[in-house]
Design a protein around this ligand. Sequence first.
Ligand code: DAH
Length: 345
Amino acid sequence: MNIEEIKKKLADEIDAADKTEKIEAARVNFLGKKGHITSALAGLKNVTGDEKRTLGQAVNALKREAEALFSEKLAELRNLEERALIDAAPVYDLSIPSGEKAGSLHPITLVSRECEAIFSSMGFTVEEYSEITDDYNCFEALNIPKDHPARDMQDTYYLENGQLLKTHTSAAQNTIMRKYGKNLEAGLPIRAIFPGRCFRNEATDACHENTFFQMEGVMIDRDISISNLIYFMKTMLSEVFERDVKVRLRPGFFPFVEPGFELDISCAICGGEGCPSCKNSGWLELCPCGMIHPNVLTAGGIDPEKYTGFAFGLGLTRLAMMKFGIKDIRDFNSGKLANLTQFVH
Ligand code: DAH
């Protein structure tokens, strides 16, 4: 076969190949040990002089051309074959309900989202905060030094590197102050809530769990007072319980607030008359809170001479128990679907 004939045959075979195996076979036909182009190269030894040079150049050029054509066509066919495989694969629509009962949100998620929506509508930002923190954020920055007795009530789980699982959402206060503190000079108050999972090394019973949820809130600005605190808590709780709740403050001690309070709400069951649910007092303890201690503001880089603020630590787990009438706190982490799936909104 002369060069022109090989060229023509090459074009025909590449054209005809419609599968990767066929193009592979054609490649061997031309470039393999006994292939047409390889034989033409071998045949060069029988020619001499000028003819050898011209012919040699032509065969070598054809060889390069053939290699390029084969790899181009191979890539093209591979693509087509992959596409065909993908097209032939079964299509799954992950959004189609399984036919089983659809999932539902956890009661704590429901309450948390409700509180987030209410506080957002009052201009609070919702912050994410890590479950792992350190001694400084969880205690020191909150005016709870190493030997303070308040630590006794908040034993937790320690990591080998000295970090710990946070015992309360207050552990994020310092971070929030540092994040937004500079805005105060520009006249922007800090208004933030940070819901989160908390941990304590506790013996569990119907009212105690080693894992529970809180939602911390802080508001810091010039001239923030206890009346601001009462207003925000009353508005929020009235929305959550879908009725006008009465609130009252009793003194309570927490090292990071001064003064500190326990906030009670009027009992929904008896309307404040007194009943077994509220131990005949007409009030239910709901949310510790107070005016942020100057030491805590200072630790957060905020000048306590200029700014004041309130903080509260709402027990989300407790709130969910009250709102949905859940009697045993252990149900929340139990995975008992019969208990957990009935609150779908
Ligand atoms: N962090 C406290 C706890 O878990 C609750 C708390 C009390 C939070 C008073 C506050 C506060 O923000 O002002 O026991």
